[in-house]
Write a protein that binds this ligand. Structure first.
Ligand code: PAF
Length: 279
């Protein structure tokens, strides 16, 4: 497994692979790898000649009051996991090589970036879209792998690929969950014992929604109210949003329909968790 730190070096390497007709699968990460990331790597391994995992905690997607400084950085464990998963290249750049002095270009998708998580995380998706485009350009990826847990991120990237005619195929892979249903996230390590127990209610609320819909409930307000009531039973849970939206536009819908997205963000102490289901 190669570890490459300089964008120019990886770009040159990727160009050589492409000239030799090798396909490249990119798994962009911020490290702190868990089984969710490993499932992305596993799919990338199956579908490409070369697998590149990027590990870069992108400062441009964190606001000043977010957890950039304390974001987990278990680098040697991450590298070991990549090696075991059969990754060919780990891209491990420094922030100053990604955003050198004078850096001034951003990708902004204001319409979808300002909804859902964007309401409380202004600038977040601008940072995400910008780094992801840079990673696509550096790695010349044919396929790029993202998790459905970050549903809005996947929609933003899909829109960017289509708007900017990027020659990369987006692969959005299913959410990986703990045995009790909590979606895997690098931020789960921040939860204390009580919060960790309570956090299971996210999945329970989504299961409740699915069950009510299966039994014929289509009125969004009534559905979301039932989910809110369930979550509110847990003292450590503070709801940021619960919503049902169109999967492409992310605009709220009045009646539940096939293919809509039910998404939520809930804070447990300082830790904000997200989860979702597609109906
Ligand atoms: O989902 C993430 O871990 C990040 O948002 C990503 C896609 C690696 C961009 O920094």
């Amino acid at each position: 497994m190669k570890i490459i730190r300089l964008p120019a070096k990886l770009a040159a390497y990727a160009l050589r692979l492409k000239r030799n007709q090798q396909s490249i699968g990119l798994v962009p990460t911020m490290g702190a790898l868990h089984d969710g990331h490993l499932s992305l790597i596993c799919s990338a391994r199956k579908e490409n000649d070369f697998v590149c995992v990027s590990i870069f905690i992108n400062p441009k997607q964190f606001s000043a009051r977010e957890d950039f400084k304390k974001y987990p950085r278990p680098l040697s464990k991450d590298l070991e996991l990549c090696r075991k998963a059969g990754v060919d290249i780990v891209f491990l750049p420094e922030a100053e090589d990604i955003y050198p002095e004078g850096f001034g270009s951003f990708v902004d998708l204001p319409a979808i970036s300002s909804l859902l998580c964007g309401k409380t995380r202004p600038g977040h998706f601008r940072g995400v879209a910008t780094i992801v485009l840079k990673l696509f350009n550096i790695t010349r990826a044919d396929n790029a792998y993202f998790g459905q847990k970050d549903a809005q991120q996947a929609v933003v990237i899909s829109r960017m690929i289509s708007d900017l005619n990027l020659p990369v195929k987006l692969r959005v892979m299913p959410i990986v969950r703990c045995n009790d249903g909590l979606a895997l996230s690098s931020r789960n390590v921040y939860l204390n014992k009580q919060q960790r127990q309570d956090a299971v209610v996210l999945y329970q609320a989504l299961c409740l929604a699915r069950c009510l819909i299966d039994h014929g409930l289509v009125d969004t307000q009534r559905l979301l109210l039932r989910m809110r009531q369930l979550i509110a039973k847990h003292q450590t849970a503070k709801i940021d949003y619960i919503t049902a939206v169109d999967l492409n536009s992310l605009k709220p819908i009045k009646r539940i329909s096939q293919g809509c997205l039910i998404a939520l963000a809930v804070k447990f102490g300082k830790t904000r968790l997200i989860d979702n289901i597609v109906i």
